[in-house]
Write a protein that binds this ligand. Sequence first.
Ligand code: PEP
Length: 255
Amino acid sequence: MRQKLIVGNWKMHGSQRLVKELIQGVDAGTEELSDNVEIVVSPTLLHLGLASDICKAGRIKLAAQNLHNEPQGAFTGEVSAPMLAEYGVSYIIVGHSERREIFDESDQLVAAKFMAAQSSGLTPILCLGESLEQREQGASEKVVIKQLAAVIEAAGISALQNAVVAYEPIWAIGSGNSAQPEEINSIHKLIKDIVQSRFSSLDLHGVIYGGSVNIENASQILKEEEVDGALIGGASLNGEEFAKIANIFNELKEL
Ligand code: PEP
């Protein structure tokens, strides 16, 4: 069954106090939610241990924002998938545009991180998406196909079985301008069609959308048939708003 997911990416924000408050707020606001909607938060690596202790008894799952593709070694400052697994992390965001752009992560490195996550039993959330320039050149689909193909080539199509894909147009991230619901739906369908054309019995865990999702636009975006959830940055730093978006999603999909 396809997973429904609402994921909060806290990026390099937070303090021990804020992490506690946010998790408690999200927990309280999602008490009535159906079990079919997975709630995931992604604090900084430094706050994962604290978050893991708080989340242990509850329903909130954890995602890491990054990992190294090797399991161990002389890589000062890095953290590996087996280490994250030990902290009770369930998901890992890979290929976020901030990592691709600011930290120069190539499609090949993203694929290596994707495989490293899976080899420790963690589910990668693979981010794909075009820049504004690429969009203006009409190349959105081409970019998404290329980024997806790099992972399929390295990991094999069956690896997509245990993965979530996040369509995140770069121009929509943190800009306040989300993509139009119909555009989002059509890219999500493209991603699912590509995967299914290569492996007919394979159903992705889900394709979620990220890029300026907030309480105002959530229902328009999340009601689309091919949208299996959201990856939320800015609005996830408000526990109440994040929980409300999860509740909107829950009602829309009549789970
Ligand atoms: C993100 O960083 O993945 C993201 C979607 O951010 P925002 O919701 O702030 O656009």
